[in-house]
Design a protein. Structure first.
Length: 233
């Protein structure tokens, strides 16, 4: 990070899915963060270094610096992650994207979205449910793969209205049911809606790196999301 001048994790061997091993004092702080009340099982990667190790202020943004660096001198990166048995750090989500249910449970949505997208029928997935009793998913389809699988199973579908097709709805429901078996009960996806168009960078629903702009999506699909929870109540 540009906000700090010293390393917090170091990898001696290249690995595309891990960012390195955390230094002992940072690991201790990570463990402390993970065990704090009402936190995720995964720790917050909030342990970049102390002031005496020359944590830098954000350029021309003193307020942001004060928000990022706590009274004890720890720089909070805003990442959510987990360490494996060897101490390697894997970043899994952003703290600002955490969904907090009406029961106070915290869920990192990116992990669930990636699990859903492991099935080739699903092109995009956005998990919603902040302040709600359970989670729901907004789904877009890989049109080519949907048509291929329908043909493989001998099913006739309308290629111009895939989102509304009962066979497609049932396929997505089965994917969600399989995904839920890998999740804790409070992470389970109870409702879903299949959208007829993709999230895109041009309509500002994705970042340039193709990550969902969750707040924008939730606002634009507010009525649809409310209907999902109204039907479930």
């Amino acid at each position: 990070m540009t906000e700090r001048s010293s390393q917090s994790a170091l990898a001696k061997a290249f690995n595309t899915s891990k960012v390195g091993v955390m230094h002992p004092p940072i690991m201790e702080k990570a463990t402390e963060s993970a065990s704090s009340p009402n936190s995720l099982a995964a720790m917050f990667c909030a342990q970049a270094k102390r002031y005496q190790d020359k944590v830098l202020y954000r350029f021309r943004d003193l307020i942001a610096s004060q928000e990022a660096i706590d009274a004890a001198g720890w720089l909070h990166t805003g990442d959510v992650g987990a360490a494996d048995g060897e101490g390697f750090l894997r970043v899994t989500d952003r703290k600002k994207d955490l969904i907090v249910s009406s029961g106070g449970k915290k869920v990192a949505p990116q992990r669930l979205e990636n699990l859903l997208k492991e099935d080739s029928l699903i092109s995009q997935a956005v998990i919603v449910g902040d302040g709600k009793p359970h989670l729901s998913a907004l789904i877009t389809l890989d049109r080519k793969r949907v048509l291929e699988r329908a043909a493989e199973q001998g099913v006739d579908v309308d290629p111009d209205h895939l989102a509304d097709q009962p066979w497609v709805q049932n396929q997505v429901r089965q994917i969600i049911q399989r995904t839920n078996k890998q999740l804790a009960p409070f992470e389970a996806i109870r409702n879903f809606s299949v959208l007829d168009k993709h999230f895109t960078v041009d309509n500002e629903e994705l970042t340039p790196t193709l990550k969902p702009r969750r707040q924008i999506i939730v606002e634009r699909y507010k009525k649809l999301i409310e209907d999902l929870y109204r039907k479930a109540s």
